[in-house]
Design a protein. Sequence first.
Length: 307
Amino acid sequence: MFPNNLLSVADFSRKQAEDLFDLADHFEKHPPMGLLDRDQIVGTLFYEASTRTRLSFEAAALKMGGGVISVPDANDSSAKKGETVADAVRVMSGYCDLIVVRHPIVGSAAEAARTSLVPIVNAGDGDREHPSQALLDLYTIRKERGEIEGAQVALVGDLRFGRTVHSLALALALWPGIKIYLVAPAILATPTAVLEALQAAGVEYRQTECLEEILPDIDVLYATRIQKERFKGEEEPLYETVKDFLRITGQTLKAMKKDALVMHPLPRVGEIALEVDDDPRAIYFRQAWNGVPLRQGIIATMLNRTS
Ligand code: NCD
């Protein structure tokens, strides 16, 4: 459990998340340069593409005075020779103090944690979870809105393969009074396991294919990319049928509350028109920048170096 490993949203409580957000706020006001020793090294091991997650973890470590070692494209490492992620992590954990791993197979981060000598952060295990992104999303909501409690949140786009929305839905369930709208075409609907977890947590949710009808009610519109790379085998042609499901434009914003937030984990590939960027409600770039203080908080907590 966090701070030993951050593999899933199940690894932290609401209190631990709120403490982390306070720490991230503190780091924004008082940059924590020198909090880590030069020989405290964060390792990043990515078997799938990444820009924000990897770079914000690395920037976070460097801005605290620590070091970074990285395998930015692990598929170009000994994986090519057939090495498993478990072996790669076992070796790498002898070179660094914390490992951030992204891998296409569900459960791979947990497998990595079994052989690692150091804490593991799951930066995405296939289509299942991306817990540090959920923390960053919630931190952003708290910062922009003042509180998470009571928010009406629409998760929109690829709710089947999108690991960010799985983690975010499960994490939102830790706060009271949340209502979640799950907006996706039928073939990209939310997995049953996530729906069951929301039910078990007593979260009010509604599934719909129509974004327009809920726009006036929501506080947060969280848009996601249709995860093209996850359409495999006989499902591959289905991508074409859903790729244009979501298109947020100035027109969409007209129907929304004046103080609503438009978020996206990025990268976007056409879900949000460029004209939306200039609207004060469009906060996805600030959201991405929050990745540095929030991940400084994660690293500091996991390395027990919070002050
Ligand atoms: C997401 C991911 O990798 O799951 N990106 C991110 O970490 N910000 C979203 C995506 O790739 O669509």
